[in-house]
Ligand binder design. Structure first.
Ligand code: NAD
Length: 350
């Protein structure tokens, strides 16, 4: 086991993996610190009933690496990290378990700063904060930055403008048709912005109530299940789960642009080639969904909402830089984003 793990860390470029246990609470958690050359590793904690240890380890390693790239491409003085608690948030989460986990974070002395993620909400972050100060994403009433989703949605909205300019020559949403997969916190906030900008919306979610809300509030057409991939539209926006852009879905897409909030949208890195063959412009996920991270960074400095929005709005220009580099170097937009992030990480590591 030891050799493959070290090989995995070397291949992924991970600095440190911490396995956290607690006899009394049966805590099983992993903290992955990918790269701290730009600053302390910041990233959410996910609590999930992983089927196997390998699934938990792979998830935390993959997610922590993505956080390094997201911070680097966003020009933030932060590194990439992530943590997972192996368990069911509905049945296994207790105050004692969170306290035991928080002690492990505290022992890292600020090398890792935790935030919320799937299965870990603001009340849990509040509980962790009682034990360690290395926490971010607490309520506005407590001097924090609150829910990052509206800022993430705003970053995606600004990025869509850059995409429209690249494809249609102007950034107007008027009459543009946008299909959003996932009407969760980000998808709904994005739909509101797009509706206010006079776009025509098509939405899908597994929860019929969320679709009904979007239909009522934003005049969206509800689309069921996999049909969302076939909608004739100008932008397809994945805002649900990762891996939805793949060899099975790309042939169905009927749009010139893919731009959404979901993390790890491409199931495999090679899927970018299939998008390119179909002349579909891809806005790299970690570039355009960085609004939440930028918002949290603002909290660490002393939160100012206007400054946070301004900084998130700069994602528009950043995405245009990615498109320009892709064109100049003849590489995909995904590769161009990686080059920018890796160059920043290299300079700082040297
Ligand atoms: P959320 O859990 O609030 O919403 C996700 C929604 O997707 C839910 O309503 C769920 O029912 C729906 N869904 C799941 N599978 C679906 C499917 N197959 N088809 C249609 N709908 C489906 O999550 P969120 O906070 O809105 O985040 C959405 C995505 O954006 C996630 O991938 C998340 O990792 C990513 N992201 C979120 C933030 C943030 O600030 N919240 C920041 C960066 C990235």
């Amino acid at each position: 086991m030891t050799t493959p793990l070290f090989e995995m860390m070397k291949t992924g470029g991970h600095e440190q993996i911490l396995f956290c246990s607690d006899r009394e609470t049966s805590l099983k958690a992993i903290i992955a610190i990918h790269n701290t050359s730009l600053g302390p590793a910041l990233g959410g904690c996910r609590m999930w009933p992983y089927k196997t240890f390998d699934a938990a380890l792979n998830d935390v390693m993959r997610l922590s690496r993505a956080m390094s790239y997201k911070a680097a491409v966003s020009n933030l003085p932060l590194g990439g990290g992530k943590s997972v608690i192996w368990g069911d948030p509905e049945t296994d989460k207790t105050a004692a378990l969170l306290k035991a986990f928080a002690k492990h974070i505290d022992h890292l002395g600020g090398r890792y700063i935790v935030a919320e993620d799937v299965g870990i909400g603001v009340p849990d972050i509040e509980a962790i904060r009682k034990v360690t100060s290395h926490v971010s994403g607490f309520p506005i009433s407590d001097g924090g930055s609150g829910d990052p989703s509206p800022l993430t949605a705003y970053g995606v909205f600004c990025s869509m403008r850059a995409c429209l300019e690249a494809v249609f020559g102007n950034a107007s949403f008027e009459g543009k048709r946008i299909a959003i997969q996932g009407m969760g916190k980000v998808g709904t906030a994005l739909a509101k912005l797009l509706h206010e900008a006079d776009a025509k919306l098509y939405v899908s979610d597994m929860d019929p109530e969320k679709m009904a809300y979007a239909t009522r509030e934003f005049g969206a057409d509800p689309i069921h299940g996999h049909e969302i991939y076939r909608v004739d539209c100008d932008i397809f926006s994945p805002c649900a789960l990762g891996g939805t852009i793949n060899e099975r879905t790309i042939p169905s897409l009927s749009c010139p642009i893919v731009a959404g909030a979901a993390n790890n949208q491409l199931e495999k890195p090679e899927d970018i080639r299939l998008l390119e063959e179909r002349k579909i412009l891809y806005a790299p996920d970690y570039v355009i969904n960085a609004g939440g991270l930028i918002n949290i960074y603002e909290e660490l400095k002393g939160y100012d909402k206007d400054r946070a929005y301004k900084r998130v709005g700069a994602i528009y220009g950043r995405l245009k830089e990615v498109f320009a580099l892709a064109q100049a170097e003849g590489v995909s937009t995904a590769a161009a984003a990686d080059r920018i992030a890796e160059a920043r990480l290299r300079v700082k590591s040297a």
